[in-house]
Design a protein around this ligand. Structure first.
Ligand SMILES: C[S@@+](CC[C@H](N)C(=O)[O-])C[C@H]1O[C@@H](n2cnc3c(N)ncnc32)[C@H](O)[C@@H]1O
Length: 377
């Protein structure tokens, strides 16, 4: 077993507890909940599992240096103190991602440039040459996070964000982030054993995430490349052993129905393509093309998780009336269902006409939203 290192899993607002629960299941240690992130310790196995298996993580970062400074020259010097030649090879390309939230440092691009200079200068001093920068497909991705005068330099172990599962190249106008969709399903407590419905499914993100949970399929099992594969200590055998074990745990045909419905034939075509990409043929996840008012769900017990239009990106003539009809529809057609609605139209949501059992604050893109639970008796 290689040594345990500290890592940081980034997530979306409101999903920190769910992510901590997921980390426990993969044997991560010393799990601490932070703001939109969870820190933990683990060996390479935990790191590889985190990238393959976590449904609610956006990235897994490995912090390598923390310091405080208010000065750009000191920042450059601190970054130069890291021995980058022990972290990657001259032949490898690199790129720097910066997030700056500071009154002192206001230009994140400048901080990015300073970081690249420090790394290039160190390589030149020690190896006589500098590695190339490749902003599009770097081998090594370095993450710089500055909050006021607190600077953290990390290696990004994921590369492309983990919500990019590879099944979605086509979306409707307002697709949900895959991590948010998975987080909503895990927040609902659905265990993959009862029928699942999204009556306004768009390009099918919630359905596919539900399908992966029901099939016990790791969300990034089909991804070819993670940034950690370029690290000097990458253990390919360990990675492929874990991947094989996860492949063998996938349930071929869960005995439930997952049904999506949408009024738009265009978005349903996209949903179909996305379903095919992830190998969830039509007989496992069914799609129907109706107004939600005319759609009949499969028998209870079951769960609805849906993300109706908010009258922001998709316009509604009368959003209050639209939401009232969603509530009426739940009462008439979804007896003994648990219904969950995510919406950023907080006013219209109040007119659903049902008393929520739970209201959870989430952020969808930049919009504050509520994820409300209604039990239909
Ligand atoms: C916010 S989008 C859902 C996005 C979806 N969660 C995704 O990730 O792609 C809302 C969806 O509701 C659908 N919709 C609007 N009015 C509808 C109606 N009356 N009946 C059924 N679907 C409707 C729209 O076509 C749109 O796809």
């Amino acid at each position: 077993m290689n040594k345990k290192e500290k890592y940081l899993a980034k997530t979306l607002y409101g999903l920190e507890n769910i992510l901590a629960g997921e980390l426990e299941k993969i044997n991560a240690q010393d799990i601490k909940i932070l703001n939109r992130a969870v820190s933990f310790y683990g060996d390479n196995e935990v790191l590889y599992r985190a990238n393959l298996e976590l449904r609610t993580a956006l990235k897994i970062l490995k912090p390598i240096k923390k310091f405080q400074t208010k000065n750009e020259n000191v920042f450059y010097r601190k970054v130069s103190e890291i021995d980058w030649t022990k972290i990657f090879k001259l032949e490898q390309t690199f790129a720097v991602n910066t997030t700056v939230n500071s009154r002192i440092f206001t230009h994140s691009r400048y901080i990015g440039l300073k970081t690249k200079d420090a790394i290039a200068d160190l390589f030149r001093k020690k190896k006589g040459k500098r590695p190339n920068v490749d902003p599009r497909m770097p081998n090594i991705l370095i993450d710089v996070h500055i909050s006021d005068s607190d600077c953290t330099i990390s290696l990004d172990s994921s590369g492309a964000p983990l919500n990019q599962r590879g099944y979605r190249d086509q979306t409707g106008v307002a697709p949900l982030n895959e991590v948010l969709a998975a987080g909503m399903i895990l927040l609902s407590g659905w265990n993959g054993k009862t029928n699942f419905v999204d009556p306004m499914c768009g390009s099918g993100t919630i359905l596919i995430e539900a399908g992966m949970i029901a099939k016990n399929m790791a969300p990034n099992i089909n991804r070819e490349a993670f940034a950690f594969m370029q690290w000097l200590d990458y253990d390919a055998k360990l990675f492929f052993d874990i991947k094989n074990e996860l492949q063998n745990k996938i349930i071929k045909r869960p005995e439930i129905k997952i049904v999506g419905n949408d009024i738009s034939e265009t978005v349903l075509r996209m949903a179909r393509r996305n379903l095919n990409k992830v190998g969830m043929a039509r007989n496992f996840i069914e799609l129907e093309n109706n107004d939600f008012r005319d759609f009949t769900p499969p028998p209870a017990p079951g769960i609805v998780i849906t993300n109706p239009p908010y009258n922001i990106r998709i316009e509604l003539e009368d959003s209050i009336e639209f939401y009232k009809e969603i509530g009426d529809n739940f009462k008439n057609k979804y007896k003994n269902y648990d219904c969950w609605v995510l919406s950023a139209d907080l006013e219209a949501l109040k007119h659903l006409g049902l008393k929520p059992e739970q209201k959870i604050k989430l952020i969808n893109g930049k919009l504050e939203a509520r994820f409300n639970h209604y039990k239909i008796y």
